[in-house]
Design a protein around this ligand. Structure first.
Ligand code: PAF
Length: 280
């Protein structure tokens, strides 16, 4: 039976009890409206831990002024049932007041320079500061041994890894594989914003990523690959933020370089902003 905890003292007591028994604690932070991608992270954490805590907290500090904070879907009952089915032991539900006791304006902020400022960071100023600010608090609240983040948010995972190393959090970070719909669309809580007409078009993101990988493999220069991908997405009806080929640390690779690469896309279809990536 999953236990829902809303008070920090109760969370600490539960986790400390497990630790006294010598149990390893896994953690999956989320913003709720959970889907198979989130549940796969709970199952991943379970492979590395004896007990798993998952948090649901729609974090105001990582949304920009014109973003979807107020309309972000909130589905607490379905989330609780789904987490229990995935093998989660504790659902941690902090309030905004307990997360930011001095208020959002006076909250101590965490900035991870460099990797936070490109791609998503350039298009969503302050977004990763908000993510790191809340993940630091969640890590301090839950005190897990291991935490799982989805690879769909490729750059978020890179930022979190850098933060954990830089600030010496004693936490092992796991990256969970992207879970996709049958037509290749990466699962996301934001997919439900798509209209019936937009939904099939959204799968063009995955096809474009595959085309980018093929173009890089055939030796096409990076800037051409990126421009062609942007044109293809724009022709399908997207407003493209970026279509980029990068090294795993998000620096720009040289043409012909044999290193690992990742193609990343962020694009808006109507009112819905989608991101996806492909490592190769
Ligand atoms: O990936 C998310 O859902 C959020 O960015 C996270 C990590 C839960 C922080 O609010």
């Amino acid at each position: 039976m999953i236990e829902t905890i809303t008070e920090l003292d109760a969370l600490r007591a539960r986790v400390n009890g497990w630790k006294r028994e010598g149990l390893r604690v896994g953690f999956v932070p989320t913003m709720g409206n959970l889907h198979a991608g989130h549940y796969s992270l709970v199952m991943l954490a379970r492979q590395y831990a004896d007990r798993v805590v998952s948090s649901v907290f729609v974090n105001p500090t990582q949304f920009g002024p014109n973003e979807d904070f107020t309309r972000y879907p909130r589905t607490p009952e379905a989330d609780t049932t789904g987490l229990e089915g995935a093998g989660c032991d504790v659902l941690w539900l902090p309030t905004v007041e307990s997360m930011y006791p001095f208020g959002v304006e006076l909250a101590a902020r965490i900035n991870v320079p460099g990797v936070s400022s490109v791609l998503e960071g350039a298009h969503r100023p302050g977004h990763f500061d908000g993510v790191c600010t809340v993940v630091t608090r969640l890590f301090n609240q839950v005190q897990p041994d291991v935490a799982a983040f989805g690879k769909k948010d490729f750059q978020q995972l890179a930022v979190i890894r850098q933060m954990v190393t830089d600030l010496a959090f004693p936490i092992e970070i796991l990256g969970g594989s992207i879970v996709r719909e049958s037509d290749g669309l990466a699962m996301s809580s934001r997919n439900q914003y798509l209209s019936a007409e937009e939904r099939p078009i959204a799968a063009e993101i995955r096809r474009t990523l595959l085309a980018m990988r093929a173009a890089v493999a055939s030796g096409q220069p990076r800037l051409e690959v990126e421009a062609e991908a942007s044109r293809r997405l724009a022709a399908a009806g997207f407003a493209v933020d970026y279509a980029a080929v990068r090294r795993p640390d998000l620096s720009e690779p040289e043409d012909g370089e044999k290193s690992a690469r990742v193609a990343l896309i962020a694009a808006k279809l109507g009112r819905t902003r989608l991101i996806d990536n492909l490592e190769f």
